[in-house]
Design a protein around this ligand. Sequence first.
Ligand SMILES: *[C@@H]1O[C@H](CO)[C@@H](O)[C@H](O)[C@H]1NC(C)=O
Ligand SMILES: *[C@@H]1O[C@H](CO)[C@@H](O)[C@H](O)[C@H]1NC(C)=O
Ligand SMILES: *[C@@H]1O[C@H](CO)[C@@H](O)[C@H](O)[C@H]1NC(C)=O
Ligand SMILES: *[C@@H]1O[C@H](CO)[C@@H](O)[C@H](O)[C@H]1NC(C)=O
Ligand SMILES: *[C@@H]1O[C@H](CO)[C@@H](O)[C@H](O)[C@H]1NC(C)=O
Ligand SMILES: *[C@@H]1O[C@H](CO)[C@@H](O)[C@H](O)[C@H]1NC(C)=O
Ligand SMILES: *[C@@H]1O[C@H](CO)[C@@H](O)[C@H](O)[C@H]1NC(C)=O
Ligand SMILES: *[C@@H]1O[C@H](CO)[C@@H](O)[C@H](O)[C@H]1NC(C)=O
Ligand SMILES: *[C@@H]1O[C@H](CO)[C@@H](O)[C@H](O)[C@H]1NC(C)=O
Length: 462
Amino acid sequence: MKNCKLSLMQVLCISFFCFFLSTQARRHNHKHKHTHPHISQPPSPPPDSASPPEEATNPNNSSSGVFDVRSFGAVGDGQTDDTEAFKMAWDTACQSESAARILVPRGFSFMIQSTIFTGPCLGGLVLQVDGTLVPPDGPESWPKNASRHQWLVFYRINEMSLQGGGVIDGRGEKWWNLPCKPHRGINGTTLPGPCYSPVAIKFFMSSNLTVQGLKIKNSPQFHFRFDNCRNVHIESISISAPARSPNTDGIHIENTNDVQIYNSVISNGDDCVSIGSGCYDVDIRNITCGPGHGISIGSLGNHNSRACVSNITVRDSIIKETDNGVRIKTWQGGSGSVSGVTFSNIHMDNVRNPIMINQFYCLNKGCTNQTSAVFVSDILYSNIRGTYDVRSSPMHFACSDALPCTNLTLSEVELLPAVGDIVLDPYCWNAYGELQTLTIPPVSCLLEGVPRSLLDNDIEHC
Ligand SMILES: *[C@@H]1O[C@H](CO)[C@@H](O)[C@H](O)[C@H]1NC(C)=O
Ligand SMILES: *[C@@H]1O[C@H](CO)[C@@H](O)[C@H](O)[C@H]1NC(C)=O
Ligand SMILES: *[C@@H]1O[C@H](CO)[C@@H](O)[C@H](O)[C@H]1NC(C)=O
Ligand SMILES: *[C@@H]1O[C@H](CO)[C@@H](O)[C@H](O)[C@H]1NC(C)=O
Ligand SMILES: *[C@@H]1O[C@H](CO)[C@@H](O)[C@H](O)[C@H]1NC(C)=O
Ligand SMILES: *[C@@H]1O[C@H](CO)[C@@H](O)[C@H](O)[C@H]1NC(C)=O
Ligand SMILES: *[C@@H]1O[C@H](CO)[C@@H](O)[C@H](O)[C@H]1NC(C)=O
Ligand SMILES: *[C@@H]1O[C@H](CO)[C@@H](O)[C@H](O)[C@H]1NC(C)=O
Ligand SMILES: *[C@@H]1O[C@H](CO)[C@@H](O)[C@H](O)[C@H]1NC(C)=O
């Protein structure tokens, strides 16, 4: 509870014994540094993302299963409304019995309105984006009758690949500057009222999805949202928006399972990846996050809802210059559980709250403590190293009074202040778990055993 400050020298001395013994840990650290020498560079598009030459010569060669949007009337000058052409290309490809490829050719910029591309289609589909896709430029140009919640929606699709070397540019700036956004009103105020801004790309009730190679930037709101999907593979994409763009989460998943997010770079103004209720079997590997708000499970249990999240792994990744590193956040009053989460081989670079569990998450002043909570258990933090921003403690485990967090495991966690030599103590509140190795800074606040309140409480397992 109290914030006692040790000097860096004291901590290093305490930990010297650990350093000395733990050659295994040092080897890991060494290896980690060298396996990602160029990790912050944007991913290069996969070799198959370039359009084969024959597609360029015959834009409407439907015998090859390629449907070039230009042959359906798309202009691609960045201004003409190409929505109808895209819909026609989609419907035609969707009715194709063999695998079909919709081509968005390189060298063109297509403006499309908020559109729902609906399945199921007869065969698998590839949407090959080698050119650029843009929406209307900001809320003033957005048609009055079009949804302000979403731009490109893929609904009830089984088997689709969204891929290519092109760019999907959400043109978010005018949305970010609406006076209802945080601090964007007169003199830095925030005006009340609905403030919907479109999610750039939304997959809803779909399965067997691949997103590969693309660059997605400047979404008005979340860049990707997967809702009620299964079997989602995301690979070698780059997502970018300014650090000060509000709510521009990189990839948000909700009620979605069997997800892989690999080899991608995300910098934005909110969570890099956020994992909502109903997600399980999620594997995140080799991603670079920052600036932004880090990787987040939650927020869960809002409005007394039930949330279940399990089997989540985040590994071999870099988180830099973010507000949070790896975070689990739940509201008071929820139910359900978060369990089986592994964060391993993660390098932190000047991160404000590298390791955090917050069961008192609250966005307004009116939250009260309640006897029900989303139960958090079986969380492993392994080989997490690097530096933290000294404005807050590097490890923060704030767990519910009614349902404490259990089985938190820390192994090879070494976090040093990014500047200066003030070491902030880890914070724990109702956090039960154990250290497998000594840590930097040392953690002495985890409680041992099984909390009594758990015995009195019926935990609703998911
Ligand atoms: C259409 O594509 C197929 C397969 O790529 C190719 O064999 C055929 O020659 C193309 N036809 C025309 C008219 O370009
Ligand atoms: C391309 O194919 C579609 C669907 O068969 C057809 O409607 C369209 O007119 C064709 N365009 C050209 C330029 O041949
Ligand atoms: C919006 O209105 C325009 C013009 O009346 C119409 O062409 C378009 O289909 C409408 N869009 C939606 C999503 O209803
Ligand atoms: C904004 O701030 C300026 C300078 O403090 C002040 O003169 C002005 O009245 C403020 N405007 C509003 C609408 O509050
Ligand atoms: C898609 O995934 C489902 C399970 O979610 C599976 O049963 C189905 O065979 C897959 N379809 C294809 C075309 O891969
Ligand atoms: C990690 O991802 C980056 C792209 O961000 C890629 O260049 C690199 O090859 C990947 N590393 C491994 C080991 O796959
Ligand atoms: C956890 O998820 C991974 C895929 O990310 C899967 O291979 C594994 O079987 C799952 N484990 C359990 C216990 O379901
Ligand atoms: C909720 O409980 C926590 C921990 O006991 C305490 O720090 C916090 O002040 C309480 N909040 C309210 C609104 O009572
Ligand atoms: C504690 O959590 C780890 C995963 O972090 C799991 O492997 C282990 O089985 C859990 N222990 C108990 C007693 O549930």
